[in-house]
Ligand binder design. Structure first.
Ligand code: NAD
Length: 356
């Protein structure tokens, strides 16, 4: 069977990590007899440079007619001074919106081999960390009204957080369905003690919960959630939250599992073409130095194989190979600890491919 993948490598470390992910996919193709074809698309800063637009129409068309999209990362200081609509990140937001990608699934797992890279005490992580963040991706403050105006104290700016019942209902359903495949618990994170949008969020989540009597639901304020992630991370199973809270809390979850370079994500939506991307950004501080950890992108490919192509054995082969390199003691600088063997981006990708 042939699978068409649109590849948006993007900026900074994007092309370096995507290259390794593709070599791992190629190895999977070889071993299991699949053909993956790749079409490169310009998105983000690279697209601004080549076409003057962070999401050229042609890129979007290629993504829409693919079976899945693999994204590296976008953005960097070179484009930071551009006006909002022309910035690289805007291209990514438009891509997510155009593909109807409303559910961002971010598993955060602490590998036992990386316990040293986890900043939490042994007594806190003894029961392991295995959290699945389900983040709403197409609504909230990142897509709300924004602007600048003159206020009482002079110039001011505003960004609006707005959620419809429909938007909350569909993401809540994704979270409850995910919990059924895991440990049957959803923690819904909001700020309902202050925000009207959070009060609606909570009400709708409770309505959806009634359809899932087998799933335990707890509500948690976002400030408490950020504390509990550090104090009792094994208390979380599925963490359901808004676009902005999910953005922040999943970075925190990534740090307690060792490194942001380890965490993959899948963005699932209404149009049938889903996107897979590491949760980190373009890391301009290490771009071109071969220090980037490609594992988040490689694990994103495993999510692609499982969710978009229904290839569970192949996905598992990637996950096992990642565990295998960690067991062998291979580490990129972000997860390096004493006694381990330091490898660069390319070596890490090659070693993972070899173990498949
Ligand atoms: P970042 O995630 O790029 O980097 C944060 C820190 O983590 C840096 O120290 C970086 O070196 C490190 N890091 C990130 N990925 C790593 C990896 N694979 N291996 C090793 N270390 C890694 O976040 P930032 O510095 O806030 O943002 C840089 C740029 O990326 C900005 O332009 C931002 O807008 C953009 N960004 C893009 C995305 C995306 O494309 N999805 C997400 C977040 C940020």
């Amino acid at each position: 069977m042939e699978y068409k993948i649109a590849v948006a490598a993007g900026d900074g470390i994007g092309p370096e990590i995507v290259e390794q992910a593709i070599s791992v996919l190629e190895r999977i193709g070889e071993k299991f007899g699949h053909k993956f074809t790749y079409e490169n698309v310009a998105v983000g800063g690279a697209a601004i440079d080549c076409c003057g637009d962070p999401l050229p129409e042609e890129s979007l068309e290629v993504c829409k007619r693919s079976d899945a999209v693999l994204l590296g990362a976008v953005g960097g200081p070179k484009w930071d001074s551009l006006e909002n609509a022309k910035r690289p990140e805007k291209g990514l937001l438009r891509l997510r919106q155009s593909l109807g990608l409303y559910a961002n699934i971010r598993p955060a797992v602490l590998y036992k081999e990386l316990a040293d890279a986890c900043p939490l005490k042994e007594s806190i992580i003894k029961d392991g960390i295995d959290i699945c963040v389900v983040r709403e991706l197409m609504g909230g403050i990142y897509f709300g009204e924004r602007g600048q105006r003159q206020g009482k104290y002079g110039a001011e700016a505003f960004d609006e957080e707005c959620y419809s019942e429909y938007e909350v209902e569909r993401i809540a359903r994704s979270a409850f369905e995910m919990a059924r495949k895991r440990r049957n618990k959803v923690t819904s994170v909001d700020k309902a003690n202050v925000l009207e949008s959070s009060r609606l969020w909570r009400r709708v989540v409770e309505k959806v919960a009634a359809e899932f009597p087998d799933i335990e639901l707890e509500h948690m304020y976002v400030d408490n959630a950020s504390m509990q992630l550090i104090k009792n991370p094994s208390g979380f199973d599925v963490l359901l939250t808004t676009n902005m809270f999910g953005d922040i809390l999943s970075d925190e979850a990534s740090m307690i599992t060792g490194s942001i370079g380890m965490l993959p994500s899948a963005s699932l939506g209404t149009e049938g073409v889903h996107m897979y991307e590491p949760i980190h950004g373009s890391a301009p501080d290490i771009a071109g130095t071969r220090k980037a950890n490609p594992i988040a992108t490689i694990l994103s490919c495993a999510m692609m194989l499982r969710s978009s192509f229904n290839l569970s054995d192949e996905a598992q082969a990637i996950e096992k190979a990642v565990e295998g390199v960690l067991e062998k003691g291979l580490r990129t600088p972000d997860i390096m600890s004493q006694g381990m063997t330091l490898v660069d981006t390319v070596q890490m990708g090659e070693e993972i491919a070899k173990l498949i």
